[in-house]
Design a protein around this ligand. Structure first.
Ligand code: TMP
Length: 216
């Protein structure tokens, strides 16, 4: 059987990385083959692109177009070298972010034309879509407080996304909620305000219900 492709999405500090790892453990505990990855990243080349995308380069700003095309490049690498072969081998893949982040960050938040983003996502992902996407929804003020508390001040300010304005993070939150409205069959929203354990339980229930996977 082909593996299922599950993505976790949401703003900064919404707990995607923790929840992706916990969901991975739950699938593994139920005897399934599972790989937890992140975007941007997941392959050696995409991890190199990640550091260009995440970190400020003194004296040179990335243009929004460069940013978009680098995310597209990351997704293309991930689809061909990781996702397609693993899903075909029956491995379930959980990704901490994927192409919905492109639509939301580069589109709803940076203002690039949404239809063009659909085209670029289709092109870079060869039409591959997640079987299920879970948006972890959180008040951006709380999310930014959580993520700024995780790293030192310099690392936070050097991160091109974490250090964006609250208006930007609010546009990101609203973008994910709009996408969820537009793609009700694929995207589910779960509140990330509860404790880690409660959110993890809600994520497991959602995966069981939507994909019919037998989890404990
Ligand atoms: P994170 O892995 O720490 O969440 O950092 C990834 C950052 O990249 C995050 O701020 C969201 C951003 N991003 C985009 O802007 N577009 C994309 O397509 C993806 C995958 C991530």
């Amino acid at each position: 059987m082909r593996g299922r492709f599950i993505t976790l999405e949401g703003g900064e500090g919404s707990g995607k990385t923790t929840q992706a790892a916990l969901l991975g453990k739950a699938l593994a505990a139920a005897g399934m083959k599972v790989h937890v990855v992140r975007s941007p990243g997941g392959t050696a080349v995409a991890e190199k692109l990640r550091s260009i995308l995440k970190t400020r380069e003194p004296g040179e700003e990335l243009t929004p177009e460069t940013e978009l095309l680098l995310f597209g490049a990351c997704h293309s690498q991930m689809v061909e070298t990781l996702l397609k072969p693993e899903l075909e081998q029956g491995i379930h893949v959980i990704s901490d972010r994927f192409f919905d982040s492109t639509k939301v960050y580069q589109g709803y938040a940076r203002g690039i034309d949404l239809r063009m983003l659909d085209e670029i996502n289709r092109f870079s992902c060869r039409g591959l879509k997640p079987d299920l996407t879970i948006v972890l929804d959180l008040d951006p003020e709380l999310g930014v407080r959580r993520s700024s508390g995780r790293v030192d001040r310099a690392a936070f300010e050097n991160d091109r996304f974490d250090s964006e304005t609250i208006a930007f993070h609010t546009a990101v939150r609203n973008g994910f909620l709009q996408l969820a409205e537009l793609e009700k069959d694929r995207i589910r929203v779960i509140s990330a305000e509860d404790s880690v354990d409660k959110v993890a339980q809600a994520v497991r229930e959602c995966v069981k219900h939507e994909l019919g996977l037998e989890l404990l």
